[in-house]
Design a protein around this ligand. Structure first.
Ligand code: ADP
Ligand code: ASP
Ligand code: MG
Length: 439
């Protein structure tokens, strides 16, 4: 059995946690490959090393030199080295890295150094080889994962154990390229697939995937088993305990994922499995997730349905502006475009004007500051009356629903509410489906 274990930012935040992680690896010889994130926050108000490195990049752009932010990065790695009590020449590595950052002047390269330095130090501490992600994770010129990655992984399998930095790989131009934020989860999944792992363990600071965001609902229930599809829906919709793209590599090879808590390793965590191996556990709803800051453009036009090319012309306007949409729920005479507000930054009026000219709707309304909340579960399609309970619970909480999207996947229902009502809605929906153990 081979297990690939990814440890997140809080798990690598300081020397004590390095030791904790070493203990987790030592307790199971199948845990052969460790993928590490950059050190995260040690306490509220602390800095994440990755954030400091993005600041460093801005400093280098401004002045040509690493400045105050990089000093803080240095201090973090020095203090971890001190806490570990090892004789590792972290200062030389930090000097070399600063020089490379100044030479490369690339945001991706600079940001990736958090994982690089953390991996180097952790490998020295464990006495286990370090394998640079550049040598294994390769991207195509379009920025997609290159299939070569999977053959290059034979390099990893030559080692009985190894430490592998998360978050980055090498672009087709030979330069370091990162995944999007939180991307060490993807690195772990890619490596798991590449070495043919039997299990991908994702170690974080919560005891599994919870039925709602623990920052919104106090002590939400833990989800014992989740299907890849449910995971994809929940993580895409904001449950960022696992990066939403990390599912693809493991899904292709049917590798199960287990979410574990570094600070409570004895807890069972959450197991994520293919739909085929998923057993319906009797609960209608598996989990709830959500995100704020969407814009909804509601178009109405009599006989919209019968008008050839209506949707095409609307989407063409978005395409021209390189704006991607999240959802397009539609009825016979209505269509809503749900778009991440950031995508529309500064061009909303222009886009609306062009849509009006392109399709001449009878009316067009724009709702800003909309939050989307997704209620997800395979059980929903088997259980009668879920929508009624959902909308009843939201109404009882005094919240107005601005938009509904049942989606085509039948495992989720998405509702749009005002940003200001986001927390209240999540709590009401959670209470309805999880407040009583029978539901
Ligand atoms: P890591 O640094 O280990 O990658 P992250 O911060 O990326 O950890 O993800 C873990 C965090 O995700 C938790 O601390 C929690 O606040 C947040 N979170 C949001 N939604 C959920 C959820 N449904 N279940 C568990 N954690 C969640
Ligand atoms: N360190 C990176 C970030 O903060 C990647 C990760 O932690 O997964 O986004
Ligand atoms: Mg994460």
């Amino acid at each position: 059995m081979i297990k690939v274990c990814k440890f997140g930012g809080t798990s690598m935040a300081d020397g004590i946690n390095f030791r904790r992680v070493a203990g987790i690896l030592a307790s199971d010889p199948e845990r052969r490959y460790a993928v590490v994130s950059a050190p995260g926050k040690r306490y509220g108000g602390d800095n994440k090393v990755t954030d400091l490195l993005y600041e460093t990049h801005a400093e280098v752009e401004r002045t040509g030199r690493c400045g105050e932010a990089y000093k803080k990065v240095r201090e973090r790695f020095r203090s971890i080295t001190r806490e570990l009590g090892i004789s590792y020449d972290i200062d030389s590595l930090l000097d070399e890295t600063a020089a490379e950052i100044e030479r490369e002047r690339s945001a991706d390269f600079t940001a990736s150094r958090g994982e690089y330095l953390c991996g180097k130090l952790f490998s020295a501490f464990l006495g286990v080889p370090f394998i640079d992600a550049r040598e294994v994770i390769k991207f195509t010129p379009e920025g997609k994962l290159d299939g070569r990655t999977f053959t290059l992984a034979s390099r990893v399998l030559k080692e009985e154990r190894a430490v592998f930095p998360g978050f980055y790989g090498e672009g087709a131009d030979g330069k370091v390229k990162t995944f999007s934020r939180g991307g060490s989860d993807i690195s772990g999944a890619v490596l798991a697939r590449a070495v043919g792992a039997d299990l991908y363990e994702n170690w974080t600071d919560v005891s599994g995937f919870l039925a709602a965001d623990p920052r919104v609902v106090a002590s939400p229930a833990r989800i014992g088993v989740l299907s890849y599809r449910e995971l994809r829906e929940l993580s895409y919709m904001g449950a960022n305990v696992l990066h939403s793209e990390s599912i693809f590599p493991v899904r292709e090879a049917d590798i199960p994922v287990r979410i574990k808590n570094t600070f409570r390793p004895e807890d069972e965590g959450t197991l994520i499995v293919p739909v085929s191996r998923y057993r319906y556990g009797g609960r209608a709803v598996t989990g709830i997730a959500g995100k704020k800051n969407f814009t909804v453009i509601l178009l109405e036009k009599a006989m919209m349905n019968a008008e050839m090319g209506f949707t095409y012309r609307v989407l063409e306007v978005l395409y021209r502006h390189k704006i991607s949409f999240e959802h397009i729920p539609s009825g016979i005479d209505t269509m809503s475009l749900v778009i991440d507000s950031e995508e529309l930054g500064g061009v909303l009026d222009e886009v609306c004007g062009e849509i009006r000219a392109a399709v001449q709707p009878d009316s067009m309304r724009v709702f800003n500051d909309i939050a989307l909340i997704a209620v997800v579960g395979h059980g929903m399609s088997r259980t009668i009356g879920i929508s009624a309970r959902l909308f009843d619970a939201i109404a009882r909480a005094g919240v107005n629903v601005r938009m509904i999207d049942q989606g085509s996947s039948e495992i989720d229902i998405i509702v749009g509410v005002e940003n200001a009502q986001y927390e209240r809605t999540i709590r009401a929906v959670y209470e309805e489906f999880f407040g009583n153990p029978e539901s």
